[in-house]
Structure formats: C-alpha cells, structure tokens
Design a protein. Structure first.
Length: 193
C-alpha cells in the first residue's frame, strides 16, 4: 500500500509543474482580434473607423477591456513607438491586405498579428488620410506581389524604423528618391544593419 501511495504522490509532484506551465501559457497567450464595432473611434483622429478607407489597426493593452482602435496601420506603428503611449501591450492586430483586392476597401474582418506580418512601405498606394501607409500582409508572397505591382519595400515589423512612420516621405520625395538614388533605402538608416 505504501508503494502505491508513494507512486501517487510522485505522479502528483511531476504533474503539478505541467499544470502551472499550462496556466502560465494561457495567461500570456495573446487575446484574439476584436471585430470592429459600429462605434469604433480612431485613437488619434477621433473619427469613426468606417469614415476612413484603407487598412486599420487595433492594440490590446493590458488592463483595458476594449482595444485601442487606429484608423491606419501607420497610426498603429506610431502607437507602439511614441513614448507617451502604454507599453503593456497584449496584442497588436492589423488588417491582412492579402485577402483584399482593393487596398482602399479591405476586408476589415481579416486580421494578422502585427509583429508577424510583412509590410510594404513607400508604395504608390496611399492610406485613408492620403498619407504614406505601410500595407500589411500575413504572407510574404502576397506582400512581394503587392510591392511588384505598386512599388515599395517589403519589411518585417521589427525592421520598420521610427523615421519611416513618424516622418514619412511625401509623394514628391518618394519619386525624387526613386529617380535619383535607386532602391529606397536612404531613409536615414545609415549602416545599422
């Protein structure tokens, strides 16, 4: 009988850390994206998301019930870069443009985790406010196809620099760079690769 009790205690001791790991993983797993509600308001512009064409973003901050809605992907990047915004981010989602034939009218029910997406920067396509817009894609092939058709550079989330978001080029600067300097790598990056 003692052997049986020892075996049971040993099994319980071995399983206890496993259940703690599973609970910890459940607590750290990012929450799923939230569907855009009719009353969703852009964090920076204060306007209804439905009033803006183009891809959108949502940032889920720890301790907040509702996501921070962003009217553009550029605004979504800016939210993560600006020092005054919350840093305890649980998830960042952006519209997956790979599922949308029209960049101005994407399917706003299809999201990709922003840090896993591929982005096309400095394309000929403009964002909802007529500004330069990073267009996000869940699949690299879709991003490269979009860049081939619309121009631009394909990058990952971590490779996008603050100056590309917070001080984007105007259309005339983009054309001047393409005409005079080639591949669009001159955005003040220096040799930091």
């Amino acid at each position: 009988m003692r052997t049986s009790l020892k075996a049971t205690l040993l099994a319980a001791c071995l399983l206890l850390p496993l259940s703690a790991c599973q609970q910890e993983r459940a607590e750290t797993a990012p929450p799923p994206p939230v569907a855009i509600a009719a009353d969703a308001i852009g964090h920076y512009c204060g306007m209804n998301l439905a009033d803006h064409p183009g891809p959108k973003g949502q940032v889920q901050v720890k301790g907040q019930d509702r996501p921070v809605w962003l009217s553009s992907v550029r605004d979504t990047f800016a939210f993560t870069m600006l020092p005054e915004e919350p840093k305890e981010i649980r998830a960042i989602y952006v519209t997956d443009m790979g599922k949308s034939p029209d960049p101005q009218k994407p399917d706003l029910s299809v999201w990709v985790e922003a840090r896993k997406a591929w982005y096309v920067l400095n394309s000929r396509q403009r964002g909802g406010m007529g500004d330069a817009e990073p267009f996000p894609f869940a699949e690299e092939a879709a991003a490269r196809s979009f860049a081939a058709a619309n121009g631009g550079t394909v990058k990952r989330f971590a490779d996008v620099k603050e100056d590309e978001i917070l001080t984007p080029q105007t259309a005339s600067e983009e054309h001047g760079e393409q005409d005079g300097h080639g591949s669009g790598h001159g955005n003040g990056h220096g040799g930091g690769h």
